[in-house]
Design a binder for this molecule. Sequence first.
Ligand code: NDP
Ligand code: X2W
Length: 367
Amino acid sequence: MKVAVIGASGYVGAELIGLLCQHDNISIQHLLVSENSSSCGKTFAALHGRWQGICDLPLQSFSQTWFDTFIPAKQDKDADNALDAVFFATPHEFSALWAGAFLDAGIKVFDLSGGFRLKELADYPHYYGFEHQDINTLSQAHYGLAEWQHEQIAGAELVAVPGCYPTASLLALKPVIAHELQLENSLVVVNGISGVSGAGRTASLASNFNEVSLMPYNILKHRHQPEISQEAGVEVIFNPHLAPYKRGLLATVTLQLKPGVTCARVEHAFKSAYQDKALVRLLDAWPKIDNVAHSPFADLHWQYDEDKQVLVVACAIDNLLKGAAAQALQCANIAMGLPDHYGLLPQTFTGSGDDYSLVSHAPSTSL
Ligand SMILES: NC(=O)C1=CN([C@@H]2O[C@H](COP(=O)(O)OP(=O)(O)OC[C@H]3O[C@@H](n4cnc5c(N)ncnc54)[C@H](OP(=O)(O)O)[C@@H]3O)[C@@H](O)[C@H]2O)C=CC1
Ligand SMILES: CC(=O)N[C@@H](CCC(=O)OP(=O)(O)O)C(=O)O
C-alpha cells in the first residue's frame, strides 16, 4: 500500500508515521503539513527526534497546487508513484473539506479526525463548530472501531477512525450492549481521563504545563458524547477530565444491568467479544495507564455487583496509539487483508491466554 500522511508534524501524525515506516507492506510516498507550516521543508526526523535514522523524509506543504501536481484526476494504479491511501491526521474541518477529493481520485481515506465520525450533518455545527459541506462523502464513511467493524472496514473507501475517548468507552460498553444486558432506559455514565497530548501539539493556555491540573472540562457538551452514544446505540453521559501527564487515557463506564444478570453472563459477554482479539487484554485487576502508554493495547477490567445490578468497566489505552495511530493501522491492515495487529505485535498471537508481548522496535519516545 503506497500512502501519504497529512498532518505529519502533529502528535498523531508522528506516531502513525513511526508505525507506517516500519511496516513491510506499506510505503510512505508523501508527508504533508499545512501550506504555511513552519515545519515545511524540514525532515520528519528533524522535527521528531526519536525517529532520527528511521524516517528522514521531507515534509511538504499541502495545497491545491500540491494536490493538482501529485493526484491525477484518474490515477494509473500501476504507476510507481500512484497512491493507494491517504491518512488524515489533521484538524476535523480540514478532513471534512478534502477527503472527498482523494476518494474521487480513487484513493482510500483513513481519517483520524472527527470529520466523518458523526452520521448526522446537523451535529457538526453544534459539536464541532463548523458546517459540514460534504454530505455525499459523509454518507460513504464507515466507523472504524477495529475489533467491532472488521467487515465494514474491509470494504470501506473512507474509514472514520474513532476518537480516543470513544475507543476506550466503546470497547468497555459494546459487549454489554451487544448481549442486551443493560437495563433499558437506565443511565450510562462514562468518566474519561486523558493526558495532555490529547489536546495536540499546538500550544494553548489550557495545555500549558503550569496550567494543567486534574479537572473536568466540556461537561455535557464534549463532541465525543454523541459519538459514543451513536456507536453504542444508547445515550450516555460523558464526563471528560484532563490530567497532568503526557499520554494515556482511562474510561470508566458505570451502568445498571437487568434483574437476574449474573457475573457469569457478564464474563461471557467480554470473553466472547475479545478472546480472539490481539490488542484487547482482559485483565484480572484494574488497568493502569503506565501499562498501555506507548503500546497499541486496550486493557479492560470489570466489577459487577449482582445484588445491586451495577456494573463498572474500566478501559485504559494510549490516546495516540490505540486511540488514534495504532487503530488507524489496524484499519489499514484489515483493508489489506492482513491480521489487524500486523506491524503492532509479533505475528505469534493465536488467541486469549497466549504469551504475547509488544514488539519494541521503536526507540525511546520524546513524549
Ligand atoms: N491527540 C490525540 O490524542 C488524538 C487526536 N486525534 C485527532 O487527530 C487529529 C490530529 O491530532 P493531533 O496530532 O493531536 O494534532 P496536532 O495539532 O498535534 O497536529 C495537527 C496536524 O495537522 C496539520 N495541519 C493543520 N492544518 C492543516 C492544513 N490546513 N493542511 C494540512 N495539514 C494541516 C498540522 O500541521 P502544521 O501545524 O505543521 O501545519 C499538524 O501536523 C485531530 O483531528 C485530532 O482531533 C484523534 C485521536 C486522538
Ligand atoms: C485532552 C484533550 O484535550 N483531548 C481532546 C480529545 C482528543 C482528540 O483529539 O479528539 P478526537 O479523538 O476527537 O480527535 C479533547 O477533549 O478535545
